[in-house]
Write a protein that binds this ligand. Sequence first.
Ligand SMILES: [Zn+2]
Length: 260
Amino acid sequence: MVFEGIVIHKVNYKERDLIVKILMRNGTMGSFYIYGGQGGGKHHKPSIFELGSMVKVQIKDQKNNRIEGNELMVASESSRLWEPHNIRHNIQAFYLVCLYFEVLQKFSMNFQIGNSDYENNEHAGIFSVISNALFHLNESLIKEQFSASQHLTLFMTKLLFHLGIMPDTDNCSYCGTDLMESVGVTFLASQGQFACTQCVNAENEKGFLLRIKKSYQTRYQDYMELTDTNFQEADKLIQYFCHQFQLRPVELKSYGLLLR
Ligand SMILES: [Zn+2]
């Protein structure tokens, strides 16, 4: 059986082996044991399992290799299809990608050989969000257009949409007023809703509303059209995501590093 996906986590094991988590094309997360996966050795083989790399992994017959109750699949052959070369040379881009991978691990379903159906594409939207995010982030570095808040805003909006937890950006959650017609609107992160400032007296966040709507409509390749983003607003999306999954933002370690 052959799997394709993006390396989102890796741990060295023994002298030369690796255990990797791969976000696969069907949107679930597979865990693989890779003999010799660290590279090196006599021939100084490079590791193909850098974070963010798109890889292809073939597994051995699991009947003989499977440890009872263990989700690890033992790779027999593997190759790299693509890697985001430029990301590891930019520290902010690197932390951003680490944040993406941490976020993905908070909700992704584990793929279990024998129990999960690889052809089930129910969660494939998640794969398309992360693969597009990596590809265009790498492109933005090549073109020297990289903006971390722009990419983070786009990623979080697309992700919330694919998770089916996108806030209602059309109507006030209290009175139903069209938010675009209201002078002031405010975001209630704990409820994942917007309200007009007639109903809730708080800071006017109309700009944030407009940028969420814009992110939702902007295709990943047109990322430069999403302008005026900032970390304060991206943070509202992170706070909201955390609230939905009962996490605290401090649990996302790369997030603190990114903002430093
Ligand atoms: Zn209202």
